[in-house]
Design a protein around this ligand. Structure first.
Ligand SMILES: [Zn+2]
Length: 68
């Protein structure tokens, strides 16, 4: 699980400091946690999803070695 969403709530975004009535309290597995507006939550989630995906694509040797 890349991120745990504790609850949907209103608050001040930890990222852009904007006030949002439609954000989430979230804990990312890399330690980032806090309240995020929807926009920044998705941005943070996407950045982490891309980080997870890119090493697999960037290093096909890892996948090949497990087949031998
Ligand atoms: Zn924000």
């Amino acid at each position: 699980m890349l991120v745990t969403i504790h609850n949907h709530a209103a608050g001040t975004c930890a990222w852009c400091r904007c006030r949002s009535d439609d954000g989430v309290q979230a804990q990312f597995k890399d330690g980032l946690s806090g309240f995020f507006c929807k926009k920044d939550f998705w941005a943070a989630l996407k950045a982490r999803a891309d980080e997870q995906a890119s090493p697999v694509e960037a290093s096909p040797k890892v996948a090949r070695s497990s087949q031998s």
